[in-house]
Design a binder for this molecule. Structure first.
Ligand SMILES: C[S@@+](CC[C@H](N)C(=O)[O-])C[C@H]1O[C@@H](n2cnc3c(N)ncnc32)[C@H](O)[C@@H]1O
Length: 383
């Protein structure tokens, strides 16, 4: 198993995180809305010092550069990604102003004198084995009073994706050729992605990153993990999707010493089932039900891992697991129930075909979690 996305990308000399920039205005709008959810406007970046770790090919970074930070430092260690950054930024006005610095190193190996107003690290912490080192480095580079933006993924939010991977694996099992596997998975799972409106990634990249990237099985990083890790030094600012509410009278908040993290943590366990299925929103439910769902989704991941990497026959165990997930979450919504029934049926099949994953499972085809969530945190100011 590879240690990280970085190692997997290096091994195949790829950077499968390209974005479709053919409609750049739309690309900008999508990025603007993400940051707006996180409490950041284009003016929040103007004339500020920004650090971005793991920008991939710099597709998203272009938009931030357009918002004219005084300094924009990118730390990226994947060679293919670095070449994409150089190509994407060629001729960008920020170069003339000498506002862009590209550091071609791993974050862990980077030392900087500078501290930053905003530190971005999107889609890079989950699936990394040395999360703690990376998070401590990000903290080191964030100014007091500054903002950090991270991405979180948990087992509930990525359940449907891991099941797509589990079934996709049955189609490419035993095949050696990387390209052949990519083509099969694009045929089988591309139709799933096409049901997601707003998705701007290339199908091939999505397939490689989600269904062939071995690092997907490394540990995840939930919103709860994130809040707990930074509890003493940072306060939750915003999230995308926005799942937390805070009805406190602002004048009382200082009396409570902020307590932003506590307000969110209290809600997290009762709300995390909202990440299970995209575009569906549910009321709070008992945290015990959600913790059970979390355990079941962790177990599904474990069976998928054992099947893929240790060649274990786990159909029976997976079948029991799906049954329990149906009991736990099937009542929430009929699309969820029907998707889980599709999964149950697919798991029973002796041999899967591309058609089985396509037109023969129309509910599962549309089933995605709110897989990645973004979170912004403010660093406490000791002044
Ligand atoms: C999944 S991609 C995300 C790319 C982009 N941020 C996005 O959201 O589309 C993760 C990126 O982080 C880079 N990366 C991973 N670990 C890193 C590390 N320790 N130091 C520097 N870059 C790293 C990878 O090379 C890759 O480009």
């Amino acid at each position: 198993m590879v240690e990280s996305f970085l190692e997997f990308y290096g091994k195949h000399e790829i950077s499968p995180v390209r974005q479709d920039l053919s409609d750049y205005k739309k690309h900008t709008e999508r990025r603007r809305e993400l940051y707006r959810h996180l409490g950041l406007l284009p003016t929040s970046f103007k004339d500020k010092k920004i650090l971005e770790v793991g920008p991939g090919g710099g597709y998203n970074s272009l938009v931030i550069a357009d918002w004219e930070p005084s300094l924009y430092v990118l730390i990226e260690a994947n060679k293919t990604g670095i070449n994409d950054i150089k190509r994407n930024f060629a001729g960008h006005p920020i170069l003339e102003k000498k506002g862009l610095q590209l550091i071609e190193k791993r974050l862990e190996e980077t030392s900087l004198d500078e501290k930053f107003d905003i530190v971005l690290c999107e889609q890079t912490i989950p699936h990394n084995k040395n999360q703690k080192d990376l998070l401590n480095k990000l903290d080191e580079f964030t100014k007091e009073g500054g903002i950090m933006v991270l991405t979180c993924i948990d087992e509930i939010s990525s359940y449907f994706e891991i099941m797509k991977r589990y079934f996709g694996f049955q189609l490419v099992k035993g095949k050696e050729d990387f390209r052949e596997k990519v083509n099969i998975l694009v045929d089988a799972l591309g139709p799933h992605k096409r049901t997601l409106s707003g998705s701007s990634r290339f199908e091939e990249d999505w397939v490689i990153d989600n269904f062939l990237n071995e690092a997907v099985h490394n540990s995840l990083f939930s919103m709860g993990d994130c809040i707990n890790f930074f509890r003493e030094k940072y306060q939750i600012y915003n999230t995308s999707p926005k799942i937390f509410t805070d009805y406190r009278w602002f004048k009382k908040i200082p009396e409570e010493d902020g307590k932003h993290n506590e307000v969110c943590l209290e809600q997290f366990n009762c709300l995390m089932h909202n990440f299970f299925y995209t575009e569906k929103i549910f009321d709070k439910r008992k945290s015990s039900q959600n913790l059970e769902l979390l355990d079941l989704c962790k177990e599904a991941r474990k069976w998928a891992y054992l099947n893929e990497f240790e060649n274990k026959e786990i159909k029976k165990e997976m079948g029991r697991n799906i049954g329990k997930i149906i009991e736990n979450a099937g009542y929430l919504d009929k699309d969820i129930l029907n998707s889980l029934k599709d999964i149950y049926r697919l798991n029973k099949k002796e041999k899967l075909t591309i058609e089985d994953l396509g037109k023969n499972c129309k509910h599962f085809m549309k089933a995605f979690g709110k897989c990645s969530q973004y979170i912004s945190l403010t660093k406490n100011n000791s002044i």
